[in-house]
Structure formats: C-alpha cells, structure tokens
Design a protein around this ligand. Sequence first.
Ligand code: DX5
Ligand code: ZN
Length: 231
Amino acid sequence: MIRPSALNRLRDSLPAVLPSLLLCDFGNLEREVRRLEEAGVPGLHLDVMDGSFVPNLSYGMPIVAAIRKLTNLPIDVHLMIQRPQNYLRQFRDAGADILTIHIEAVDDARPVLEQIRRLDCGAGIALNPPTPLSRLEVCLDLCDLVLVMSVQAGFGGQSFNPIALDKLRQIREIASPEVLLEIDGGINASTIAQASAAGAQLFVAGSAIFGQPDYQQAVRELTHLATPQPV
Ligand code: DX5
Ligand code: ZN
C-alpha cells in the first residue's frame, strides 16, 4: 500500500510541479504519462469536475483508475464536485493518494476530511479566490494539504489571481509546518516564483506544461523558478 507515503514522497520532492492532466491528449494517455515521468514530475494532479459545483465537466473514477495502472507516481485528485463525501471511497479505490475537496461544496468539512483520512488518503481542502480564510480555521487541524486556488475552479488556461498570495502567507502562519500548501490556476514562468515566495510548495500547472512541446524543459524551468534562490 503506497498511499500513506505519497505525502512524504511529495514532501521529499519540494518544490513540486504537478501537471494538471486536464489539457493532456486523452487519446494517448499512456504516452502522456510516460512523457511526464520522463520529465521528472513528482506526482500527477487530476481535476474532477461535475458540471454542477463548477460549470464544466471533466472525468471521474475510470480515468483515475486508468492512470493508476500506468504509474506509481502520487496521484493528487482535486474534486470540484458537490457531495464529495459520496464518492471518496470510489476515488480511493480507483487509486487516488490525496483527495482534495472544496470547502464551498460541503456544509461541514470536518467529517469529510476525517473520512478521507480513514481511507488512508491525504486529506486536502481547496478554497476558491473569493472564499475567506475564516472558513478554513474550523477544519485546518484535519488537513494534510491546503489548495489555494489562484483562479475560480472550473477551467484551465485562466489568468493568475494574486489574491492567492496573501492567502498563502496567512495560511503558512496559522497551519502546522507539516501541512502542504498547493496553488492551482494560472501557474507559469511569470507567476510561479511569487507563489513560491508566498509559501506554496506544490504548484499545479496545466497550460504551462501541455502547451509546450518539451515537457521536460517546461517542468525543469518551472521547478527552477519555484526553488528559492540564495541572496
Ligand atoms: C482549474 C483546475 C486546474 C487547471 C490548471 O479549475 O483546477 O488544475 O487545470 O490549469 P492552468 O495551469 O492552465 O491554469
Ligand atoms: Zn486542479
């Protein structure tokens, strides 16, 4: 069972640039996963959208299971769905290592995060740009990861919203040091260094990788820019 160690594997690979497969070539999934492994990514970020919590539909458990069969990399599943509590076990069984729910999608995040931990997955909570940090305070002790959205969840290719930077700084002050901070949306060569300086450790990148011909070069450049430089 590799799951409990997925968080530690990511902690050992910081700063971690995680490709969001939303924009990958789903007709050549195996080839895409191989190219990402060869590019040296430390994990994969999978965006699940239900057409209700967000106005877009992506994919569900079968794609997570297909990717699980292709790789041993940690799989970070970002659930942009209503009632995530009804699907956690299925995503875990499909191969998810980390399950991140949106705080806006549940009335009470605590039992859902507890359920994720009981399933031996890393428990993450995501906040959209307008959502205040006060929502997080009641459940931060149950989070292994906080995902700060730097775009409104739903679509790849949007512009980075700097409101995320303040949030990252504040969360770093109130969260325990083991909590991983992840940022998602509009991360590219122009924005990743600011996100890193604000405390982000995991950097989700969709268009900045899949829009490039050479994934390895894109991942290396982003990882370099996210690495704190000596002064
Ligand atoms: C947006 C998704 C992201 C998205 C990132 O709702 O959660 O993971 O695919 O794509 P880029 O990097 O293009 O903003
Ligand atoms: Zn995402």
